[in-house]
Design a binder for this molecule. Structure first.
Ligand code: FNR
Length: 384
């Protein structure tokens, strides 16, 4: 009998077996030496919780709001590129699992399934993530499509003006479409559950971009066109322009420094996400959880603060909330679930996190997630 899945780490181990190496590594890697990627998790682990007893632990609730929208717990699925490479139709499956769990799902600009594909299968509004592109018309067309699909928030990612290098992707030939070397083909052939899925994936490759990118006739030119599209000249004025163009709930993702947080708060955005892109951009940057307290004290009374990076358990969620985050986004945790078992795997991931969060909150002496604060943390163990 298969061993029961009880942790996100269990899902990761299964995903590693099931997903072709180049796609598994694409998800499970960071930039350069991966020091920031590792710090994201290690710094969470260093924070200790205060155990409390003899407090009434009945009738607990994890329900909250994120960016003004109801969520059954303070968790949202982060935008992740090429999610449909972890499992065919991955974006649709993840959106469905998020809906059923009552948490927001955010579709990446760099998704395999398009905005319309997800809208067709979703029954609730989802969020759309935008990269600021050199081609303004193209960005505008994505904003218009997100509006037409009824997306309930725009997540504008500001930490990817240029791409951080991930060594594993280069070694694996991780491009779109993937480099079909003998090694890669053999690797895909030994993953039977995934090969079937690949058919679906090819049907839908980069559908947000196909047909919209100028002068692009095939997938490899699409891939290089896209890489060149990230705008290295991005400014706060661009952010304000996009805020006006979108006109709805705006979340700025990729803030790691209190000075940038101040500027982000001035844009009139609804929320910011303290994030280092999961350690995939500036290697050597501080972990997200250690950046969180200073950012909360700088702008927490003016703008809602969210965070992501390194969240692998409900305990991590609780620690982030205790340090002032209204909610967290999870990236790899749900990708492992997706790679392990499609929609059921994402559901499993969210169930695991919910259960861990609920029990940990109770054992720290709280019944309502909205009342959790720093008092549950052991002071000497907090990030300085
Ligand atoms: C990402 N991330 C990301 N962010 C974004 O704004 N747009 C994107 O297209 C992507 N793509 C992407 C792909 C993959 C495979 C990963 C792992 C991450 C970053 C993501 O939204 C989030 O910030 C991190 O994943 C959070 O860290 P954890 O939860 O993965 O540790």
């Amino acid at each position: 009998m298969a061993r029961p899945v009880t942790t996100i780490e269990d899902l990761r181990v299964i995903a590693k077996r099931r997903v072709p190496k180049m796609f598994y590594d694409y998800a499970d890697s960071g930039a350069w030496t991966e020091s920031t990627y590792r710090a994201n998790q290690a710094d969470f682990a260093a924070i200790k919780l205060r155990q409390r007893v003899a407090v009434d632990m009945r009738d607990r609730t994890l329900a909250t709001t994120i960016a003004g929208q109801p969520a059954s717990m303070p968790v949202a699925l982060a935008p992740t590129g090429l999610t449909g490479m972890q499992h065919a139709d991955g974006e649709i499956l993840a959106a469905r699992a998020a809906e059923k769990a009552g948490v927001p799902f955010c579709l990446s600009t760099m998704s395999i399934c398009s905005i319309e594909d997800v809208a067709e299968h979703a029954t609730k509004p989802f969020w759309f993530q935008l990269y600021v592109m050199r081609d303004r018309e193209f960005s505008s067309s994505l904003i218009a499509r997100a509006k037409a699909a009824g997306c309930s928030a725009l997540v504008l990612t500001v930490d990817l003006q240029i791409l951080g290098q991930r060594h594993k992707d280069i070694v694996n030939g991780m491009t779109a479409p993937p480099k079909l070397t003998v090694k890669n083909i053999l690797d895909m052939a030994i993953r039977p559950r995934w090969s079937l899925g690949m058919l679906g994936t090819q049907r839908r490759t980069f559908r947000n971009l196909v047909g919209h990118a100028k002068g692009v006739s095939n997938l490899s030119s699409l891939s290089s066109w896209t890489a060149e599209q990230f705008d290295p000249a991005l400014s706060w004025d661009d952010v304000k322009r996009i805020r006006d163009e979108w006109g709805g709930t705006l979340i700025l993702k990729g803030i790691l420094d209190p000075e940038d947080a101040e500027k982000a708060a001035e844009t009139g955005a609804d929320s910011i996400v303290v994030s280092n892109h999961g350690g995939r951009q500036l290697d050597g940057a501080v972990s997200s959880i250690s950046a969180l307290p200073d950012i909360v004290s700088a702008v927490g009374n003016r703008i809602e603060v969210l965070m992501d990076g390194g969240v692998r358990s409900g305990q991590d969620v609780l620690k982030a909330v205790a340090l002032g985050a209204k909610g967290v986004m999870i990236g790899r945790a749900f990708l492992y679930g997706l790679g392990a078992d499609g929609e059921a795997g994402v559901t499993k991931c969210l169930d695991i996190i919910r259960k861990e969060l609920d029990v940990t909150m109770a054992l720290c002496g709280h019944r309502d997630i909205r009342n959790v604060g720093r008092e549950i943390l052991v002071p000497g163990t907090l990030p300085s």
